[in-house]
Design a binder for this molecule. Sequence first.
Ligand code: C2E
Ligand code: CA
Ligand code: CA
Ligand code: CA
Length: 284
Amino acid sequence: ADVAMYSAKDTRSGERVYHPSQDRNTPTRLALIGDLGQAIDHRDLQVVFQPKVDPATGHVTGAEALARWHHPEQGFIPPDQFIPLAEQSGLIRPLTLHVLDVALRRCASWRRTGHDLGVAVNLSPNSLLDTDLPDVVARLLRETGVPPHALTLEITESSIMADPTRSLRTLDRLHTLGVKLAIDDFGTGYSSLGRLRDLPIDEVKIDKSFVQRMAVDRRDRALVTSAVQLGHALDLEVVAEGVEDLDTYTHLTREGCNLIQGYYVSRPLPADAFATWLRDHEVI
Ligand code: C2E
Ligand code: CA
Ligand code: CA
Ligand code: CA
């Protein structure tokens, strides 16, 4: 059973990555859910930060908060594996609140030390169905003193589709607080352009699958160009994620892309390393 839990594609790095969502062994899966719950309760779930840069000025404008889980026995478990597990087991609410709490506290500390930065936090589909999320967000903003406009919440098109009416109500209330909303993985969903126009959003993040191939594939370049133009036509900020090299960075800058995120600028960093990085790279 152990072998089946590790997928072949991960062995190329010589590192085995545990895939709990492929695990049919119920006791193991339940144990893992228990461990995840404990990690959240004990604040052992780490939050790392990846900078976002404005290519027009070279200024760092903020960072995306990403969750990391280092399991005591299984080692590193990627978010693509434990986020679905949290979604399926009712742990996504405490997980999201933990990440929000850590991210806002860090953002407050950057701002106290003179950096005018924002922070972005990912919301999973079920969070949009959580009707008291806007109240919790408002309370955390008050407690940490972070102004609402410095918080961006990233959502995917498909998470809205699960229950559009209820999701829209949550989004409207968050937007009324002054929090910014971004459509994540833009270009991978199926929603209509009309829906995009009607959502209370401020930003679109072009999915890294397009961005990563644009240096080598003319069609991906064309898709990215259209996405930037569409975003601007709708008065939205356009962010590109997954920017890994100078060519792509330069190309996106020329296209008028508003913000850039990716390994070319920096990998996601633990909070202390991010603070150090910031001192050296406030202007790229
Ligand atoms: P995402 O929100 O689309 O996050 C971007 C992912 O791309 C992150 O993967 C990031 O590390 C990776 N990335 C950034 N720049 C580059 C690059 O230049 N090249 C490549 N190849 N990858 C890059 P990560 O951290 O493994 O997260 C995967 C997904 O897990 C996220 O995708 C998001 O959907 C989810 N996730 C992570 N943290 C959280 C969280 O706190 N809450 C929720 N609900 N979801 C989370
Ligand atoms: Ca994201
Ligand atoms: Ca994304
Ligand atoms: Ca994604």
